[in-house]
Write a protein that binds this ligand. Sequence first.
Ligand code: MG
Ligand code: MG
Length: 238
Amino acid sequence: MARASADLVEVFLALREDWVRPGVRTRDLDARVEELILGQGNLPAFRGYRGFPGSVCISINEEVVHGIPSDREILDGDIVAVDIGLMKDGWYADSAETFCVGEVRPEAVGLCESCEAGLEAGIAAARPGHRLVEIGRAIESRGRKDGFGVVETLVGHGIGRSLHEDPKVPNYECFTLPNPVLEAGMVLALEPMFTLGGSRVRVLPDEWTVVTVDGSWAAHFEHTVAITEDGPVNLTAR
Ligand code: MG
Ligand code: MG
């Protein structure tokens, strides 16, 4: 999984160069990422997953997650969440990052910074002996402290030989889902979603794209994190 994650980091470092910029169609971004993943000898994990029609989820502004690549052009001032999974030798890695494109309004930049900080706080809580809920508590408290909405109906997950494994990893202090003790050897995908407004989301008629109900903008960051005796190891750290 560390090797799969290293390849996924390479994809994100390429994206950071200048792939996510005004005028780029999300369909073309998807194709470019897919080509890179295939060139690594890996498989894009999302293409065909439950019928998803792309290799990358690209979610812009009020879109939270699961945006479908299309003819839509990225514009100056957009925040663009890019979520990518790949499989290497039967093992999965999953990561997401929200890019601020050009001149983004300051509150949206702050949203992205807070969401990434919330993810880091969640990672720090992913230690053997802790309960799972401590991850969600750390993420949620960061979002609330900064005044942002924390999406609750979409969660992180275990990851390994499958893209999505148990347990579900809520981004808030949840006591209605299983709350196991964390153990060395577990690998979890932590993926908070924060919004500039409320926490409620809905799915568009395309049956994939998740948007905020109130139309407020959303950020999404994700890392694949291994829990070891020495604490968390962020396998997809850039
Ligand atoms: Mg993901
Ligand atoms: Mg995920």
